[in-house]
Design a protein around this ligand. Structure first.
Ligand code: GCU
Length: 686
């Protein structure tokens, strides 16, 4: 009963439409495999598994061209050109992870060629073909060229070796338990399948906060176990990375400094890296969180972040490894009297001045917003400001501030807004996606990474509907032109099948869920009204009176953070003029970010025509109604969804409703008491 939850979007349910089945069987009864590698073996295994499950027949396998209908797996080479007449010009446009799927009339029979530039492309093409079949699409007339838009397509795990996951909402780690490795090869392999089915090619497997035990992941004792995990992922075209402790030379070496300019420190890292590559010849490299939230870093030695990152880059360079250096650097201890220090400004202030100072194999990792994965925040002004520095954008698939996989919050629409945001760094059309995909500036490395939302829960993601964020993340960063609607529709059909009512209802739930979550939580971009520490549920002044202060400055006169250049923290000046002017002015600042940029009175009128206070009441009453409505609509689907998944999601909606009610009531009461202005519609405010 639980298999459907475990299998995510790779259900491979049998195809109901019989004429389609006949059509598919004609093409799919033979696999012809013209190259060999571990990755191609994975493609073969997946096709065998998927085709058997959907069509009830296992295909025969041959390693030479067959004069009959078949699925042909090949990389582009002389043999495929000769046998199938593939046009070189066509294939020239494929990049290293790209592929072509082409239908052929082959000696009177049907063939589908899955042609990769490399073996990875073959694997991606195999998943694509399986997806088409599961979606009941025609496969007799295919001409598909796919190149991933982003070169680095990564997931970061925040797993600790004890087994817990920082900001994990789906059980414990699949990699570690009680400071040991789980060696749960089957589960890890299934995870690799999901990752590569949506095109992920890089994975870091431990928390960016590298504590004592995890610091040892790069020692001889633990590297063989890391290598075992890397072997599994390698067969799915995924490179393995580790987060490392910047102070490793002290923590696990016998030096008393980690100064990046110290020659002993440099030698230590070089030897360490050489040792890692003995165990894992294609090791990806390091993720580093330094000088952030009490983690060690180069500041201790009076050095800057380029010194720190380049130290590691230099050690990794001979082996082709890379460093992801995180820009999440800010002073986490705030004083409410100090109106100039602004966390939002920190990443830009630290890193902008270092543009061009980093080695070629160092990549800066920049969170999508200047704060921390809030339901709404502006786009980080570092995008567009760093023109000579490799960079990746960091999203959070884990719903830390967006309902923790209890509440439904499909994040693809949010991510799309970020990717489509125009930075104006080179005038109009300098979108974030064109920067991180490396087309705007000639970066050696670039792409997108994100914090994972999976754990060892049976359904991987706690809330089964949160699987859509994992799927959607991979699909979107492969092709940033896909719409949220397309991605959602694919996911629903692959996950739940094609019943029209299910498809329509679940699509609507997903697509509206971000807006709904925003409606009942922090209003108008102000963020942070969650409980400090664990970050679930409302606590309006929780961070207002915490030493990790992140303020909204609400009082009886008004609310919001003044981040203008004119008389605020000056944050809005970090953008290019086109955006800076929009945010700076009350007249043009978009409603949804108003309180992020401005402190206003409760009677200030939004562009929508409502006052701020009435908007707060309206959205909070509405948000709860919307959750009630979603839950009721889910209940209508009872007979159409298997019990396990049905009950799982129903439980989550029940929790979400409780949460939404609490948010509504606390927010409304808080602002009513502060403003003294009653709700125009006279609804109950406690
Ligand atoms: C957030 C999150 C932390 C995490 C940090 C980071 O602050 O709450 O758990 O360590 O981001 O991204 O490093």
């Amino acid at each position: 009963v639980w298999k459907s939850a475990y299998n995510c979007w790779l259900q491979y349910s049998d195809i109901k439409d019989h004429s389609r089945v006949q059509e598919y069987k004609k093409v799919c009864s033979n696999l012809v495999i013209l190259d060999q590698s571990a990755i191609i073996d994975s493609a073969k295994e997946e096709l065998e598994k998927g085709l058997f499950s959907m069509l009830g027949e296992t295909p025969t396998i041959s390693y030479e061209p067959q004069k009959k209908a078949s699925i042909v797996l090949a990389t582009y080479d002389q043999r495929t050109i000769k046998e199938y007449g593939v046009d070189y010009e066509d294939c020239n446009i494929l990049n290293d992870d790209g592929y072509m799927i082409q239908s052929f009339d082959y000696q009177g029979d049907k063939a589908v060629l899955l042609l990769g530039k490399t073996d990875k492309g073959i694997l991606y093409a195999a998943f694509h073909l399986l997806r088409l079949i599961q979606m009941s699409k025609d496969i007799n007339n295919l001409t598909i060229f796919e190149n991933p838009k982003n070169q680095i397509r990564m997931i970061n795990h925040w797993d600790n070796m004890l087994g817990d996951i920082e900001r994990g909402y789906s059980g414990n780690s699949i990699f570690y338990d009680q400071n040991e490795f789980t060696h749960d090869v089957d589960r890890i392999k299934d995870y690799a399948r999901y990752l590569s089915s949506v095109g992920i090619n890089s994975l870091s497997i431990n928390n960016v906060n590298v504590h004592q035990v995890e610091s040892k992941l790069i020692t001889k004792e633990l590297l063989p176990h890391v290598a075992e995990i890397a072997d599994i992922f390698r067969s799915y075209g995924i490179n393995t990375y580790l987060s490392v402790n910047y102070a490793s030379p002290i923590e696990i070496g016998d030096l008393n400094t980690a100064d990046p300019l110290d020659s002993e420190v440099q030698a230590w890292w070089s030897e360490k890296v050489a040792e890692i590559y003995e165990y894992i010849p294609d090791f990806g490299g390091f993720i580093v969180k330094a000088d952030s939230e009490h983690r060690p870093g180069p500041f201790t030695y009076g050095r800057n972040h380029a010194d720190g990152a380049n130290l590691l880059g230099r050690a990794l360079e001979p082996f082709g490894g890379i460093v992801f250096w995180r820009c999440f650097v800010y002073d986490c201890l705030q004083d409410w009297r100090d109106r100039k220090t602004d966390r939002a400004k920190a990443a830009y202030d630290h890193f902008k001045q270092l543009d061009g100072e980093f080695l070629d194999n160092v990549i800066l990792q920049i969170k999508n917003g200047p704060m921390d994965f809030q339901v709404r925040e502006p786009v980080s002004p570092l995008f567009g400001s760093l023109k000579q520095t490799n960079q990746v954008l960091e999203f959070q698939v884990a719903q830390e501030y967006t309902g923790q996989q209890k509440d439904l919050c499909f994040l693809v629409p949010q991510w799309k807004e970020v990717l489509d945001f125009d930075t104006y760094s080179e005038g109009k059309g300098s979108t974030v996606k064109s920067i991180v995909n490396g087309s705007k500036y000639p970066f050696q490395y670039s792409g997108i990474t994100a914090v994972s939302n999976i754990g060892n829960d049976l359904n991987w993601t706690g809330n089964t509907l949160a699987q859509a964020n994992f799927y959607g993340y991979g699909r979107l960063i492969w092709d940033t032109e896909l719409s949220a609607e397309e991605i959602s529709d694919e996911w629903v059909r692959l996950t739940f099948g094609h019943d029209e009512q299910v498809v329509e209802e679940v699509n609507q739930m997903l697509l509206n869920s971000w807006q709904i979550y925003e409606n009942y939580t922090s209003p108008l971009g102000v963020g942070w009204m969650i409980n400090p520490g664990h970050h679930y549920g409302p606590n309006i002044e929780g961070y207002e009176y915490s030493k990790w202060g992140t303020y909204h400055f609400s009082d009886c006169l008004g609310t919001g953070v003044n981040r203008t250049v004119k008389n605020g923290t000056g944050y809005s000046g970090q953008y290019y003029p086109e955006n800076a002017e929009i945010y700076e002015s009350l007249e043009t600042c978009p409603d949804e970010l108003l309180l992020f940029f401005h402190h206003v009175s409760y009677t200030h009128r939004l562009k929508s025509g409502e006052t701020v206070i009435q908007h707060i009441y309206n959205t909070h009453f509405l948000g709860v109604e919307q959750v009630e409505n979603m839950k009721a609509r889910w209940e209508q689907l009872k007979d159409k969804i298997d019990t396990y998944r049905y009950e799982n999601v129903l439980d989550r909606f029940t929790m979400q409703l409780e949460n939404a009610i609490e948010w509504r009531d606390r927010i409304n009461t808080y602002f009513y008491r502060h403003s003294g202005i009653p709700d125009e519609k006279k609804r109950t405010i406690y």
